[in-house]
Design a protein around this ligand. Sequence first.
Ligand SMILES: Nc1ncnc2c1ncn2[C@@H]1O[C@H](COP(=O)(O)OS(=O)(=O)O)[C@@H](OP(=O)(O)O)[C@H]1O
Ligand SMILES: [Mg+2]
Ligand SMILES: [Mg+2]
Ligand SMILES: [Mg+2]
Length: 454
Amino acid sequence: MPLYCSSVGTKIPHILGGRRRYTGNHVESNFSCFFLASKTLKNSHHIVSVSKLNQNWVSSIMEEQKSIGLSASLDSDKYSKELDIAVRAVQMACSLCQKVQDGLISKTQSQVQSKTDNSPVTIADWGVQATVSWILSEALGSINVSIVAEEDVQTLSKANSAGLLEAVVRTVNECLAEAPRFGLKGPSSVLGTSEVLEAISRCNSNGGPNGRFWALDPVDGTLGFVRGDQYAVALALIEDGEPVIGVLGCPNYPLRKEWLSYHHRYHRIISKLMPPTSESWDKGCVIYAKKGSGEAWMQPLLHKSEVLVWPNAARPVQVSSIDNPALATFCEPVEKANSSHSFTAGLAHSVGVRKQPLRLYSMVKYAAIARGDAEIFMKFARSGYKEKIWDHAAGVVIIQEAGGVVTDAGGRPLDFSKGIYIEGLDRGIIASAGAKLHDKIIKAVDASWGSSCL
Ligand SMILES: Nc1ncnc2c1ncn2[C@@H]1O[C@H](COP(=O)(O)OS(=O)(=O)O)[C@@H](OP(=O)(O)O)[C@H]1O
Ligand SMILES: [Mg+2]
Ligand SMILES: [Mg+2]
Ligand SMILES: [Mg+2]
């Protein structure tokens, strides 16, 4: 991405649509300004960052950009602080999860609890929720932080859950003690039980159409997590009903996409016999994006004792360029109960997809599309199931900024403005690497829907 530097009286670089010199009319004094221009948005030049710039002048530039037919938008580093903190917090959360998952695999299943809907919940779900909630409040100020998240403290507060609660508090404190390694401020003294419970239950926002809130799924794909398989830590910032930041921590995302389709636990066992090479299968990554930037980034997961030095070897990720269904891979949930495998199989066949589906737990499916490791994601939950915002918000921003498309099966954007549920969702969710592929899938849904019994 080229960096342009311009000062008053100089010609605005042509790439930014500058056709004439900007005189001192719009500025107070002899300002210098920096334009960070990205050509990633097709045929448009997008100013993603302007610093030290007089706001009136910015408005004039933007007006002029519009008048010569270029889309201009100015982000003046908006959300940069939030993104930085969110990525660090998710890195931390991933290390907490890895520790708990290692413990789960070597112990019995007793640390896995069932919620009222029979879905699993673990120390990691509560631990991550407490940790991320505490870090966001500490870094941004608790009055500025509103969070919608999956877990509550009901089970943890039961009289017979003392051991569980103790384990959560210990796990949270162990994790927060590592905060400086992630470039974050930890607590000055160990958090007590009530503080941990308070951090979890503070995530009680109901979302909605106005203002800012975070959507957190502390462990997405808890079933995958307890099975030693794929899972994700998902954090999104939603403003005025639109996800503007998405961060996905994928601790078990292998470096090589071929290994995604293998059962993770199996590889864990194998890896005990064969020491991992430098191209280790269980590398892990954090993928993130800021709405309107036209970019999505991936950092490797921080390993034990490493210190996070921003941007932590981040590299951009992009969706696949494959638009031929015959060459495309589609991914979907592992559990038949969460999405109809028979419907997607028929759909895939009808558009000419030949490859076997890649079944993955959690929002790792969104990460796979954003990284270009698969081209299509489809989820058709049973009728009556309402999708929750924390299961999709982070993935949607990331795929869109990586160049992909996410809509419901009617081709409409997902609505994150109606509270904790994605209301009005038409049949299912479809994400694709590009518009051409996306259109084909949407048309095929219409053609096969009538004959399905969903
Ligand atoms: N019945 C039903 N139908 C559809 N979706 C459901 C259903 N029950 C749960 N969920 C939500 O699905 C989240 C996991 O989605 P996945 O895509 O990972 O599904 S799967 O586990 O791979 O089958 C899972 O997220 P977590 O609870 O964070 O694991 C749930 O929010
Ligand atoms: Mg989830
Ligand atoms: Mg969850
Ligand atoms: Mg759950």
